[in-house]
Design a protein around this ligand. Sequence first.
Ligand SMILES: [Zn+2]
Length: 137
Amino acid sequence: MGFENFGTVSFTAEAKAADFIAYLEAGKVMATRCRQCGASYFPPKMDCPRCLLSDMEWFEIKGNGKLSSYTVVNYGPAGFEADAPYILALGEFGDGIQIFGRLSRDIEEKDIELGMSLMVSPVKLPDDRIAYEFRRT
Ligand SMILES: [Zn+2]
């Protein structure tokens, strides 16, 4: 399975970081880290923009992050119309890792607080698609 199964709308099937999807299938949300300069990337990059080398390793994003920003999407873009309203959030997971994604529908807007603790985990979508979302810890 490749990137064509990521999210609600198809992305390119060819991607250097296609292993990301295999890791999601295995229940892990992964980022990459440059073995040369230590920079961490999410979404994962296989080439380091800082030192221009391609010596990357994968690591799992574990533990709790913090909600740093969010927005309620009432009118979804193409491919997401039927999903709205949903909540997009930015979570900080340390090591310079910031993750942009959806909040689980289990979290109601009235319960959201900036700084609240979140975890990120894979979520199965209809039609064999897969993505990740933020959940309560
Ligand atoms: Zn680097």
